[in-house]
Design a protein around this ligand. Sequence first.
Ligand code: SF4
Ligand code: SF4
Length: 323
Amino acid sequence: MAKPKIAFYWCASCGGCEEAVVDLAEQILPVVEATDIVFWPCAMDFKTRDIEKMADSSIAVSFINGAVRTSEQEHMAKLIRQKSGLVVAFGSCAGLGGIPALANLTNRRKIFKAAYHNSPSVTNPDGVEPKPEAMVDGHKLTLPVFYETVYKLDDVIDVDYYLPGCPPTTNLIINAVSAILESKLPPKGAVLSPDKSLCSSCKRNDTKPEQIYMESIKRIIDVIADPEKCFLIQGLICMGPATRDGCGAPCIQGNMPCTGCFGPTDSCRDQGGKMISSIGGILEGEDPVSMQKAIKGIVDPAGTFYRYSLSSSLLGSARKEGE
Ligand code: SF4
Ligand code: SF4
């Protein structure tokens, strides 16, 4: 019997999701045994024409990581969608916009200015910038269009399932692949990780008093955190209350607060908004002066509350291409 065909593709991301597949180490062997990897340009020499030649829906499942920032990424996502039975948004960038989506706080002009003009390592006396089309020695050269906005994958194609994480953990990947191969998948649109908050499985949850009060907000680099106690009662922002469970809490085990890479649970529309509301509820002192003093400790509010989820947030969807 023919093995199910699978594919991997990489859009706007750091490459960590591809690394996560390689990190499966010997656990990848049963996957390789049970499937036929027909497209994985990061690991093997596949060309776009290889996938163009495939019949529509002939790939059982494609895992696409990364957000969509360029016309090439949008084109490839649409092509892979056409050739695939199932598409899984693999990792935070594909599912929520991820770190690349923090660029939605600025715009294309400012990014180009920083990258091609003002960076200390750039010498560009002619003010050259990449363009989608340029004539060089009589030849037309083309580059992908760099969009104004970073999109999550389901802004450009229909997505069947979501694997959260920056990157998704080994267990999660193995469970997802097994569920797909055994046709034991939840309803379409599901995030393939438990729908409860990270706090619910965190070993430090029991150290929280009935009512937490945060006097001030500190940064993890400024204190030596108690490795047993909940970060929130130590005045450190931990995104656990607003973050989906399923990662095994490696950051907490390493005595680092959760930064929220698993994204929100199903009932939460805006992960950053939920965490801001949680922090607002536990800050001590209700007068504006003590509130102002406390929130001064949050030096990077967008990076703290929306590190992985800006494209999927109420804020991130406010600005569209060309605005
Ligand atoms: S806030 Fe963080 S440290 Fe505290 S219980 Fe939740 S996940 Fe654990
Ligand atoms: S603890 Fe938070 S940031 Fe760390 S892996 Fe889990 S969800 Fe991601």
